[in-house]
Design a protein around this ligand. Structure first.
Ligand code: HEC
Length: 148
């Protein structure tokens, strides 16, 4: 009874696996032609809602910013500050990376202070020449770590 249940479970998971692998190998054709040049708003596009082209650019790159923040955090900051910001990354203890979750420190610094530390570096921390939106995203991420 139990044996046949196990066999059946194994069979189903194999089936699931082969379905997954099948998807991997054969990207569905219907997923491809999503984007058309016409999808781009041109400057005189009435659907642009009166936005100037200058406003459209940051809005578009804005969609990439959370991804950039995530990559910067995981590839750079986490080396020292650790994935959760506790200062426990591989190089954290050696360089005395700050525990960014510390509520006392969080209460002391302004968002502008945090942004300035990221842009200019501090002591053993290198400076990061990142786009404004990414710096702001990192500040928000650090704020979200408070007490965590
Ligand atoms: C090479 C290690 C290292 C890396 C990488 C690093 N830091 Fe730091 N960070 C430190 C150290 C060390 C300190 C403590 C500096 C001090 O207070 O003297 C610090 C301090 C800070 C502070 C506090 C500054 C203050 O005002 O007290 C913030 C905020 C910070 N890091 C954010 C970041 C962010 C965001 C990144 C990624 C973009 C990052 N750090 C990457 C080592 C690092």
């Amino acid at each position: 009874m139990l044996g046949s249940l196990l066999v059946r479970t194994a069979w189903w998971s194999l089936l699931g696996l082969s379905l997954l692998l099948g998807c991997d190998r054969a990207p569905s054709a219907q997923g491809l032609p999503e984007w058309k040049p016409g999808d781009h708003h041109s400057a005189d596009d009435p659907a642009g809602g009166g936005q100037s082209p200058g406003q459209a650019a940051p809005a578009r790159s804005g969609t990439d910013i959370p991804a950039l923040v995530d990559v910067a955090w995981r590839q750079d900051c986490a080396k020292c500050h650790g994935p959760g910001g506790h200062g426990d990354g591989p190089q954290g203890p050696m360089l005395h990376a700050r525990d960014l979750t510390d509520p006392a420190w969080q209460g002391k610094v302004s968002d502008a202070d945090i942004a300035a530390s990221i842009r200019s570096g501090k002591d053993k921390m290198p400076k990061y020449d990142l786009p404004d939106g990414v710096v702001q995203g990192l500040v928000a991420r650090i704020r979200a770590l408070k007490g965590g």
